[in-house]
Design a protein around this ligand. Structure first.
Ligand SMILES: [Ca+2]
Length: 205
């Protein structure tokens, strides 16, 4: 997504610089307009039409005992694919997150997280049974194994911008729950809000 963002505004700058009005103030104003356009484009790039709110949740019915994360063949299709705006499923012993799944299933959530400012971010997964979180492909929280509702955390330095996020979760039997929280720099710990989670348009089809 970087190439189109950086090319467009500079193309506009070149066009405006080539205008020879003889009036420095007019040219200055045009440059200022270009700079504003550039700024606008950079901000709107985060909300570009190819990004949609929420993470893609791929739900797999496994049907056998799960003591840890299952291996899912690359070609295996999920039983359910849906967009989840947040991951905040309280602990319960019933159908999981408005699906027909109750036991012996695995979920993979993928998409992007929008980071407002550089700094150290702490992430927390609380789950029954296991969960783990990856940012930009690197493990940040390891909360695997077959267990009750347990929270684990991890820290990562992040630059402002959009980063890949992947959350995995599995449930063997009994109760199940899964909550994904964070603590941004100088902020309170909270469920990661819907307004920073996105997926590529079409990824849910
Ligand atoms: Ca369980």
């Amino acid at each position: 997504m970087g190439a189109t963002i950086s090319e467009l505004p500079f193309a506009r700058l070149r066009v405006n610089l080539s205008i020879t009005t003889g009036d420095r103030f007019v040219r200055l104003a045009l440059l200022l307009c270009s700079a504003l356009t550039l700024t606008n484009n950079l901000f709107s790039a985060d909300d570009a039409s190819d990004w949609k709110p929420g993470l893609i949740g791929e739900y797999f019915a496994i049907g056998t005992e799960l003591m840890d994360f299952p291996s899912i063949a690359a070609e295996k299709k999920p039983n359910i694919t849906k967009v989840d705006r947040v991951i905040n499923i309280p602990h319960a012993d019933q159908s999981f997150n408005d699906t027909s799944l109750t036991d012996q299933f695995y979920i993979r959530w993928t998409g992007a997280i929008k980071i407002e400012k550089d700094g150290k971010y702490t992430f927390f997964t609380e789950s029954d049974d296991g969960s783990r979180l990856f940012i930009d492909g690197k493990p940040v929280v390891e909360n695997g194994g077959n267990h009750g509702m347990i929270e684990k955390s991890g820290e990562v330095e992040l630059k402002a911008g959009t980063h890949d996020i992947k959350m995995e979760f599995f449930e063997d039997g009994g109760g199940a729950g899964c909550v994904l929280k964070w603590q941004p720099p100088a902020s309170e710990k909270a469920v990661i809000p819907a307004n920073v989670l996105f997926h590529k348009k079409g990824a849910d089809q």
